[in-house]
Ligand binder design. Sequence first.
Ligand code: 13P
Length: 259
Amino acid sequence: MASHKRIPMIAGNWKMHLTSKEAADLAAAMKKGLDPDLKHEVLLAPSFTNLHAVKAAIAGSRILLASQDVAWEEKGAFTGAVSPAQIIDAGCTHALIGHSERRKIFLETDEVVNKKMKAAIKAGIVPVLCIGETLEERESQKTYRVLETQLTGAFAGITPAEANRVVIAYEPVWAIGTGKTATPDQAQDAHVFVRKQMERIYGKDYAEAVRILYGGSVKADNIDELMAQGDIDGALVGGESLKADKFLRVIHFQAVLSR
Ligand code: 13P
């Protein structure tokens, strides 16, 4: 059963899409279409260059802003990187960390992910930690081992108090941008495993409270069945979050469950 204590979060990862005008327009459409009584947390993660425009567009709404990445250093000669203080200055409360595209394309290791987690937490940013296995890993029965390694690595040296607000996003790499969503059962299984790992690391209370989002081809027409799973506390949405009407439907999911 889903816990009533866990507030659902629906996050849109806009990846490397949209000009600042397009991003502001989409954000404004989100603000306009949001049910004022909705209690979920809604998070938008535009490109760095679009943060200010989106911040202005969502002003006065309860939509939250995230960066898609964050540097682990505070300042200095790190060409191309954006510091925690800079993303806070741009209006972010959250940062995606360790997205599979960063891991695969930009060669981020668990050690790098861990440094970014620590830097974000120190600055007061809530990390949305992304983890997930590749198709090859799933097919060779390594899913659990991979998730365990990623979680152990990401949280190394982080105290329970520091880890308090972290959100975890389980995104199987084979489901990202492929249209191949994990079945609700596959996702639920992985989420239960992730929660067990968090219990191993930080204890039962933490594990009960931590929110675990599912990501990977989440769509307007599959969100309801995903959110009906007891351990799926929200979604991290890529492609579908670029279409205002579809993403609004995802945000206003109708879980048949006791939420
Ligand atoms: P898609 O929803 O496009 O599969 O992307 C998922 C994702 O990577 C969100 O971070």
